[in-house]
Design a protein around this ligand. Structure first.
Ligand SMILES: Nc1ncnc2c1ncn2[C@@H]1O[C@H](COP(=O)(O)OP(=O)(O)O)[C@@H](O)[C@H]1O
Ligand SMILES: [Mg+2]
Length: 352
């Protein structure tokens, strides 16, 4: 047996907890514990389990003593998505995170766009590690989070996320487990998912607490977004709150018209309510900022697009579904992976 694996006796000795209590915590907190390892017909604990058992025990003791602040808080996980690409998701994810941070909310952008993982490019950050390194056990999640502008965190995407989408259940399990840890550290996690109905997009949409759709006045953007919403609806995605941002509009009236059209289609045909989170004007500030590898809310904080983005951040803070802070989005997802339910039916549409 490799010496880094622990038996139940080791765990008892190292934690100082009784075996019955460890068994109880195992059954009560499956999502928080590292998966056990099967070797020679027996299950072994990973060394990391010790810290998890100790943390759970400390929390339970605190709860038993009535310490209210020992109650866990989890980040709000907002997945940003669209029916087609090029509508401004990445710019919105990054600049929203900056505005949330300015409003005092610790924010992290998770780049989950398999097609074009470019959050770090727009932020002017250069990632040192990817999720692949995490899987290889070379780094901890904390090292993966790059410090971005205004103190936001950035987890660069690319091949690592690709690995998550297609990888073995165990790898996905490990990444998701790390994301649960991230949920305890951050207040808002913005997931830039990429467009369409690809497998990884659906994975992340399933994990999220809320979905933010980005559309533009362009008619194909509207129909593609509606198609995605309908497909999600048919796959019985949990009843997530859905917010809408209309990007690249010429006027306020145009934004209102587009938003109303999307919302009334969703209500009439799918019976789903959409929350209007705001709009962003079409403005050259965005591309000027990109050319400088600076987010526009940093490059021109008082520009119209920055003020629009600030308003969206304020709207999203106002419209927070009540239950999110009390439970872990990725923790729920872990349970789905564990129960083998995380595979949704095959997409009926081609991904964009
Ligand atoms: N409000 C806006 N005004 C003008 N151009 C914009 C605006 N938002 C995004 N863009 C431009 O649209 C393109 C796509 O933006 P991006 O954020 O990469 O979209 P996505 O992530 O949806 O593919 C970029 O060239 C960007 O500069
Ligand atoms: Mg993008």
């Amino acid at each position: 047996m490799p010496d880094q694996l622990l038996t139940i006796e080791d765990v008892v000795r190292l934690t100082g907890l009784e075996e019955s209590l460890i068994r109880y915590y195992e059954s009560e907190y499956p999502a928080e514990l590292p998966e056990k390892i099967l070797l020679g017909g027996a299950l072994f604990f990973e060394p990391a389990s010790i810290a998890f058992f100790a943390a759970i025990h400390a929390r339970r003791q605190g709860a038993a003593r009535g310490e209210h602040n020992s109650r866990e808080r989890f980040a709000r996980v907002l997945a940003i998505t669209s029916g087609k690409g090029g509508v401004g998701k990445t710019n919105l994810a990054l600049n929203l995170a900056i505005e949330f941070q300015r409003l005092g909310k610790m924010s992290v952008v998770l780049d989950a766009d398999m097609g074009l993982a470019n959050v770090h490019l727009l932020a002017g950050a250069s990632p040192r590690h990817s999720l692949t390194d995490l899987l290889a056990g070379q780094v901890e999640l904390a090292e993966l989070v790059e410090a971005g502008p205004e103190g936001i965190g950035i987890i660069a995407g690319g091949s690592g996320i690709l690995a998550m989408a297609d990888s073995r259940r165990q790898d996905r399990y490990r990444i998701t487990q790390s994301l649960v840890q991230l949920e305890k550290a951050a207040e808002i996690i913005l997931v830039d998912t990429g467009a369409g109905m690809g497998r990884s997009v659906r994975d992340f949409l399933q994990a999220a607490d809320e979905i933010l759709f980005v559309i533009t006045p362009d008619i194909t953007s509207l129909t593609d977004a509606y198609g995605l919403l309908k497909a999600l609806h048919q796959e019985k995605l949990p009843d997530l709150t859905i917010h809408l941002v209309v990007n690249m509009v010429q006027t306020l009236k145009q934004a209102a018209d587009v938003s109303l059209r999307f919302a009334s289609c969703a209500r009439e045909f799918l019976g789903r309510e959409i929350i209007d989170a705001g709009y962003i004007l079409k403005d050259a500030t965005v591309s000027q900022a990109t050319a400088r590898r600076t987010p526009y809310t940093i490059y021109r904080p008082d520009s119209r697009v920055s003020r629009n983005t600030r308003a969206i951040a304020a709207n999203l803070l106002k419209n927070q579904p009540g239950q999110t802070a009390a439970s872990s989005a990725f923790g729920r997802y872990l349970k789905l992976i564990r129960n083998g339910q995380a595979q949704l039916p095959q997409p009926r549409r081609k991904s964009a």
